[in-house]
Design a protein around this ligand. Sequence first.
Ligand code: 5GP
Length: 251
Amino acid sequence: MARRKKIYEGKAKILYEGPEPGTIVQYFKDDATAFNAEKKDVIDGKGVLNNRLSEFFMNGLAQIGVPTHFIRRLNMREQLVRSCEIVPLEVIVRNYAAGTMSKRLGIAEGTQLPRPIVEYCYKDDSLGDPLVTEEHIAAFGWASQQDMEDILSLALRVNDFLSGVMLAVGIRLVDFKIEIGRVYDGDYQRLIIADEISPDSCRLWDIETGQKLDKDVFRRDLGSLTDAYSEVARRLGVLPQSNVAKPTLIN
Ligand code: 5GP
């Protein structure tokens, strides 16, 4: 079989040319990185879990009419996605203070925010993805005014969807990051949700215990990352069958 052409290798994923024009195969690696790749490890099974979880969230978003790049899952580690031009912004939505917002503004982690707050960071690893304002975005032409209105509306719809899905399984959506893709349909352009939605890019806390079920487990050395992600997958009913513990028969 001919070897596929690699388009890009990132910290957690590899992109290959897809089988049809306009498609890409997104491969989920087991690599975990934090603090702009200063901390690194390989976590067995992380890629498989994130592939499944991102499929689950993207399919759910499509069902409520939020456009995404997801086409279908191909196997345990790969999904077919629509090729798009990535807007060079990380769009962060926060419901509770945590992480860099807590550090920057001195607000205790876990404080509920008066309303969801959307932040934008310029996607550039060499600069550590700096926080930027809409002024920077407009002046440097990273996105138009219309794009920004669409991005805000997409981000808030994703927030409502994810918050509800998580709440239903006893998990608080503290914050998350999404990336936005630009696709062209003839003369028209549309914005869609791209990249991935997984515990790598969200903060997820158990509502009862406050236990962290996201990448902070790795960032802050809080235990097993796969146990945390498996717990999220188990509660959402998306754990691959082979990973589901067999019931013990007692007679
Ligand atoms: P913070 O700004 O507090 O570090 O992150 C806010 C939210 O966005 C967290 O859920 C975090 O996981 C996510 N996030 C921010 N930057 C990145 C990034 O470069 N990669 C990933 N996967 N998630 C990010």
